[in-house]
Design a binder for this molecule. Structure first.
Ligand code: SAM
Ligand code: DTB
Ligand code: SF4
Length: 329
């Protein structure tokens, strides 16, 4: 083999070109960089793929709340924990469309419908596909997060007009069993594979602040960065501690560690839209701005997430105006 051919087939080390061969040790080493070097590298890479003054805006709606048979230790909606969140039936179509219409009027670009399900039951699929089609017809991007999917269900959602499917890996593989025991990491990977193969865009990320180590955080990002395709959307949630759950008494993660998480996500998945997701109410404006500098370029807008609150729309509007940040084109 000639030298030039050998060079051409070596894995690229141009940080702007996405890699899928990250090692866990490489991801850990990024976390260990001096903070200013990490932030600078992430901000520089961010600018190669995105306008740093633009933010993507998604809005959530819980279309089916509570009573979930899974036991995710962070979640208000698991039937295993007494959190005060009552189980409700699937929301009627007209109510979903009304909420999506209001979300669009409030500036949301994507509407994400969440259900507290382990998986999608055959009787619910047509109801959900009607919601997706209706939201899509409003001119919004569509996202759903409904638990595990079969391959056929993923195709049905795609055919109905679904753009994104959210299914988080949540933490590194070694810590997963500490947080949830009713399913395995591989179950999550299998659904992500069905989602990709159906031609849906993947929204996949996780939570920090569940008592995990930095190695577990690197483990999550390592998993995401070595998937066959990087997630198009990468949410990083700061745990919102829910009284009554096993993680209800968790102590907050240091803000600078949260910024590191965002920066490393940006470096290992350079083309992903990284979302500063749950937990913004717990953060100062300055910390959020540091997250945007580190490469976060999406937020949830609207006063509610699924069962918890989010910064008020007016407060966010004022904040983003102060930063002179614009909706993503
Ligand atoms: N039941 C579906 C599932 O688990 O895939 C969809 C809904 S579930 C609420 C979606 C994601 O929300 C979880 O994977 C987790 O990352 C995030 N989440 C849930 N509760 C949270 C909390 N208290 N704090 C931060 N993130 C949370
Ligand atoms: C994601 O990563 N975060 C969102 C969305 N995907 C579904 C959910 C956050 C939920 C926060 C807790 C609650 O409101 O219940
Ligand atoms: Fe159920 Fe999803 Fe909550 Fe887990 S995170 S308990 S699967 S709603």
């Amino acid at each position: 083999m000639s030298a030039s051919l050998r060079v051409a087939t070596l894995p690229s080390r141009d940080p702007a070109i996405p890699r899928h061969d990250w090692t866990l040790e490489e991801v850990e080493a990024l976390f260990e960089l001096p903070f200013m070097d990490l932030l600078f590298r992430a901000a520089e890479l961010h600018r190669q793929h995105f306008d740093p003054n633009e933010l993507q805006r998604s809005q959530l709606l819980s279309i089916k709340t509570g009573g979930c048979p899974e036991n995710c230790g962070y979640c208000s909606q698991s039937q295993s924990f007494d959190t005060g969140v009552a189980a409700s039936a699937l929301m009627p179509l007209a109510e979903v469309i009304a909420q999506a219409t209001a979300a669009k009027a409030g500036g949301a670009q994507r509407f994400c419908m969440g259900a507290a399900w382990r998986d999608v039951k055959p009787r619910d699929l047509p109801k959900v596909t009607a919601m997706i089609a209706g939201v899509k017809a409003l001119g919004l991007e569509t996202c759903a997060t409904l638990g595990m999917l079969s391959r056929d269900q993923a195709v049905a959602l795609k055919d109905a007009g679904l753009d994104y499917y959210n299914h988080n890996l949540d933490t590194g593989p070694d810590y997963y069993d500490t947080v949830v025991t009713t399913r395995a990491y591989q179950d999550r990977l299998d659904t992500l594979s069905a989602v990709r193969d159906a031609g849906l865009s993947t929204c996949c990320g996780g939570i920090i602040g569940m008592g995990e180590t930095r190695r577990d955080r690197a483990g999550l990002l390592h998993q995401l960065a070595t998937l066959p395709a990087h997630p198009e959307s990468l949410p990083i949630n700061d745990l919102v501690p829910i009284p009554g759950t096993p993680l209800g008494d968790s102590s907050a993660v240091d803000g600078l560690e949260f910024v590191r998480m965002i920066a490393v996500a940006r470096l290992v998945c350079p083309k992903a839209v990284v979302r500063l997701s749950a937990g913004r109410e717990q953060m100062s404006r300055e910390l959020q701005a540091l997250c945007f500098l580190a490469g976060a370029n999406s937020i949830f807008v609207g006063d509610r997430l699924l069962t918890t609150s989010n910064p008020a729309r007016e407060a966010d509007e004022a904040f983003l105006a102060d930063l002179k940040m614009r909706p993503m084109a």
